[in-house]
Design a binder for this molecule. Structure first.
Ligand code: ATP
Ligand code: MG
Length: 257
């Protein structure tokens, strides 16, 4: 059984069709990338999977159960996390406090103070472990709003993995980073998502070809191929609609070296 399964999912905004009969499977532990031109519908697909939007038609199953139409908090609780936008960090809380909130949140609001106090030690240990995994120990007391861009993105990734999600959705995780920041972010993503499935949208083909086990190509709202990186690279249709220009420009060498 696939961890995530989309069957003929379609979406439209008003009369504009944005996704047409998209079928996709993500296996447990797999890194699956979604690539395609601007406006192909990649972010919309993420909004549908994470429950920000409801598909016009089609089915989305996670771990064998339908999730389309569920509110986003319920989908998150079932084990799908997406990287938060920067505005969703608590900017005045420190890095450690942000992680603490992310760890407490899955316990629910019904969690009593006594229960919380009993778990204080375990909670602190998990915050420490996350800080170490993210390489943010030195910044633990810094308010999230004062972090540099790459550190903010690392903290967002930390919030996404704090809740033990089985599937992480990352939409353009290295956008806006320099070559060296992107390389560090890539190593971090690989490390902290090692045991989980990752669904990744990214325009930087060097990142995609390095991380992905399989790639799905979307163009104008339709899946035109799902395959291994090597076969995607060699696919004439994919080259025609997307890779022709991008691979030559990006996958061949560093961007700003
Ligand atoms: N809320 C909305 N209302 C109307 N149209 C929308 C809305 N959100 C997205 N669209 C349109 O849907 C299409 C797909 O957008 P989407 O953001 O999913 O593309 P994308 O593949 O993520 O593109 P990019 O690579 O530029 O991020 C675009 O034509 C976009 O203009
Ligand atoms: Mg997008």
């Amino acid at each position: 059984m696939s961890l995530l399964r989309l069957d003929r999912v379609s979406m439209q905004f008003g009369r504009t069709r944005v996704l047409q009969d998209v079928s996709l499977r993500v296996e447990a532990g797999e890194c699956h990338a979604i690539i395609g031109p601007n406006g192909a519908g990649k972010s919309t697909l993420f909004h549908l999977i994470s429950g920000l939007l409801t598909p016009a038609s089609g089915r989305i199953e996670f771990a064998g159960e339908p999730i389309h139409g569920l509110p986003s908090e319920q989908i998150a609780r079932r084990g799908i996390a997406r990287s938060f936008q920067i505005s969703q960090l608590f900017p005045r809380l420190s890095v450690a406090e942000n992680l603490r909130c992310a760890l407490l949140w899955p316990m629910g609001y019904g969690c009593s103070l006594r229960h919380l106090l009993g778990r204080e030690k375990a909670l602190n240990a998990r915050v420490d472990a996350l800080l170490e995994a993210l390489g943010l120990q030195a910044l633990r007391e810094v308010p999230a709003g004062e972090l540099a861009y790459a550190a903010q993105r690392a903290l967002e990734l930390g919030l996404a993995i704090a809740g033990d999600a089985r599937l992480i959705l990352l939409d353009e995780p290295v956008a806006g980073m320099s070559h060296s920041e992107a390389a560090a972010a890539l190593a971090l993503i690989r490390r902290v998502t090692a045991e989980r499935a990752l669904l990744l949208v990214e325009h930087d083909m060097s990142v995609v070809f390095e991380l992905a086990d399989r790639i799905t190509v979307l163009a104008q709202g339709e899946v035109i191929a799902t395959d291994t990186p090597a076969r995607i690279r060699a696919n004439p249709r994919v080259q025609e609609v997307y890779l022709g220009s991008t691979v030559a420009a990006e996958a061949g060498g560093p961007r700003d070296a």
